[in-house]
Design a protein around this ligand. Structure first.
Ligand code: IPM
Ligand code: MG
Length: 369
């Protein structure tokens, strides 16, 4: 990798552009202080791309995303595009980007910042210190399996069809990511499926079991049905270290895990591909877990921290800039401990601040550390 790193920013829709503006300030700060040098490209995705180009992501944008070292994504979707054809809805742009980049492992950390334990809907003692990682398979399973579609039956009734499919190598490659992560954490992986009702889940369980025995005997592996996992996450979330699961269950369980932390506005994610055979570099796609939040878009009140923490993950996983990633995460912790709060994490006695003011507070903290 050359010294100058290339980056594509895709702010997307809703609050995406507002929170991306604050992430850009952090990028500028890293450059200004000589910590890194970036060449930054920016383009539309999702509804914004439908408006500008007629499709939720263009071939040119996909090509750019493949060419750069990493992609920082905002969020897509909103009521404005409710009526566009299903094939070109804003979300299709996100799914196409993930597929074209072959980023199959979606890392969704759910970490409770000390200052925010009270903001969780669970009792503080259940979530204080919580730090779990969901690894969600991201480009397979029922969101992509065929046959799919809506068909009309001879009796005139309609039938909607989707298919859950997982092959051995798809399970292994995401399993390896989970086991590798666990090695750097508490050394425990919980694999989640519905092996009691689904053959794809049964295969998932068998492949994970063999993978652990063959390659990761030092990591503890347990299995859990997805419905029980939802219950356990709400009951005793601190029992988990790394959870690895398929696309659909990961989508659902990661929203649940996110909410345990007190705010969706604080959670980043990283989606990684396989290491390149020659460079060793993985394709990396980084996005906050919160959506485009159309109800608060344009009001300047969105919490930019998940977007900024997504940038921190990008620095860590795509650019090996561990020190800078930790710096940003520490600054976020300090801001949460003392500065004002955006409305999503507001508490009595603390001023409610805007998106920009949160950006200001974060930059001040970065300067101070
Ligand atoms: C997510 C979102 C997306 C998904 C949608 C917007 C396609 O819910 O990132 O979790 O289901 O993957
Ligand atoms: Mg989701």
């Amino acid at each position: 990798m050359s010294d100058t790193k290339t980056l594509l920013l895709l702010p997307g829709d809703g609050i995406g552009p507002e929170v991306m503006t604050q992430a850009k300030r952090v990028l500028d700060w890293l450059q200004k202080t000589g910590r890194a040098s970036f060449t930054v490209f920016e383009d539309h995705a999702g509804g914004a791309a439908i408006d500008a180009y007629g499709v939720p992501v263009t071939d040119a944008t996909v090509a750019k995303a493949k060419e750069v070292d990493a992609v920082l994504f905002g969020s897509v979707g909103g009521p404005k595009w409710d009526k566009v054809p299903f094939e070109i809805r804003p979300e299709a742009g996100l799914l196409r980007l993930r597929t074209e980049l072959q980023v199959f492992a979606n890392l969704r950390p759910a970490k409770v910042f000390d200052a925010l334990a009270d903001a969780s809907s669970l009792k503080p003692e259940l979530v204080r210190g919580l730090d779990l990682m969901i690894v969600r398979e991201c480009i397979g399973g029922i969101y992509f399996g065929t046959p799919r579609g809506i068909e009309t039956l001879p009796n005139g009734e309609q039938r909607g069809i989707n298919t859950e499919i997982y092959t051995t190598h798809e399970i292994q490659r995401v399993g390896r990511v989970a086991f590798e992560l666990a090695r750097k954490r508490q050394g425990r992986v919980c694999s989640v499926e519905k092996a009691n009702v689904m053959e794809a889940g049964l295969l998932w369980r068998q492949v994970m079991t063999k993978l652990q025995a063959d390659e990761y005997p030092d990591v503890a592996l347990s299995h859990m049905y997805a419905d029980n996992c939802a219950m356990q996450l709400a009951k005793n979330p601190k029992q988990f270290d790394v959870i690895v699961t398929g696309n659909l269950f990961g989508d659902i369980l990661s929203d649940l895990a996110a909410m345990l932390t007190g705010s969706l506005g604080l959670l980043p994610s990283a989606t990684l591909g396989a290491p390149n055979a020659t460079t060793g570099r993985r394709a990396g796609f980084y996005e906050p877990i919160h959506g485009s939040a159309p109800d608060i878009a344009g009001k300047g009140v969105a919490n930019p921290l998940a977007q900024i923490l997504s940038l921190a993950l990008l620095l860590r996983y795509s650019f090996d800039m561990e020190a800078e990633a930790t710096l940003i995460e520490t600054a976020v912790e300090r801001v949460l401990a003392k500065a004002g709060r955006t409305p999503d994490i507001a508490v009595p006695g603390r001023p409610v601040i805007s998106t920009t003011e949160m950006g200001d507070a974060l930059l001040a903290e970065l300067e101070a550390i």
